[in-house]
Design a protein around this ligand. Structure first.
Ligand code: SF4
Length: 101
């Protein structure tokens, strides 16, 4: 799926702009693995950028639509996004059912 420039224009305003990808996604293939404690520290540091980010909502939406399940995005880690997504889908479904009746 091609992504238009307009769909990623919000990234210019990202608080994390210029930060290393490692901070948000962890070690890449072939790199040393991180311990659980190192991972937790890295994730907290990544999230510290998200807290004051003005494009947090856009980032989260983009992650759901195009980017997949890995890394920190929109202030949420992988597990938190799974939970958020489940709750959002349930809420959307309820709204949809409410409109249909
Ligand atoms: S919400 Fe976090 S990951 Fe997303 S653009 Fe902002 S700082 Fe970066």
């Amino acid at each position: 799926m091609a992504i238009s420039m307009a769909a990623i224009a919000w990234q210019d305003e990202a608080e994390c702009k210029g930060q290393p990808l490692y901070l948000f996604y962890g070690p890449g293939e072939g790199e040393d693995r991180e311990t659980a404690k190192q991972k937790e520290r890295r994730i907290q540091e990544a999230k510290s950028f998200c807290g004051s980010c003005e494009v947090r909502a856009e980032c989260l939406e983009y992650q759901f639509r195009f980017a997949g399940q890995y890394g920190v995005a929109g202030g949420l880690d992988e597990d938190e996004r799974k939970l958020y997504r489940r709750r959002k889908l349930r809420s959307d479904l309820k709204k949809k059912k409410g409109k249909a009746s």
